[in-house]
Design a protein around this ligand. Structure first.
Ligand SMILES: [Mg+2]
Length: 177
């Protein structure tokens, strides 16, 4: 089974220490309360990909935070990897201190892909990364419903390693075929 790695924050959910209205839920981890909103179509998307891929949620957040969000989502079939699995990197601008080395999951990079809103997470294996738009609460966002079509197509290719930069355009072509 091919492997899918998904970032959590601003890819699947948005979390804040402040309440965000009726669309957010109040959760807690390690003694702190926080509020989380799901990206449009997130639940349907996750249930769909769980049937097709061996899935890992890989977050730069703490493991307790990730587990709290996942307990709320309550969807089976996902391995949960928090910050401890990320690798620190030296950055010139100091913005993103981590990367997600996919070889920790498999040596065969033809069978794995990472979906993340931060490109530096897959800087060392750019052909294995699908960059999604950062999500912070836009209710009209359609990224995950488009991405689902792209992954359906990608999953049946011999190798999932390719230039994914035009994935939205390619998805439009797939959907009108
Ligand atoms: Mg993120």
């Amino acid at each position: 089974m091919k492997k899918l790695v998904l970032d959590l924050d601003e890819t699947l959910v948005y979390s804040s220490m402040e309440p965000m209205g009726p669309d957010s839920v109040e959760l807690s981890a390690a003694g702190s309360t926080f509020y989380t909103m799901l990206r449009p179509d997130a639940r349907e998307f996750l249930e769909h990909v769980a049937k097709k891929f061996e899935c890992t949620i890989w977050s730069t957040g703490m493991q307790a935070y990730l587990e709290s969000v996942w307990n709320y989502l309550n969807i089976d079939g996902f391995t949960l990897w928090g910050r401890d699995y990320c690798k620190p990197i030296e950055t010139s601008d100091g913005r993103e201190p981590f990367e997600k080395p996919l070889r920790q999951i498999t040596e065969d990079l033809s069978e794995i892909v990472l979906i993340d809103n931060t490109a530096s997470m897959f800087a060392k294996c750019p052909l294995n990364g699908i960059l999604v738009r950062t999500w912070r609460g836009d209710k009209n966002d359609t990224e995950l419903s488009h991405l689902r079509y792209y992954l359906d197509w990608l999953q049946i290719q011999d190798s999932m390693q390719r230039d994914h930069q035009s994935w939205r355009l390619e998805t439009l072509c797939l959907r009108t075929r």
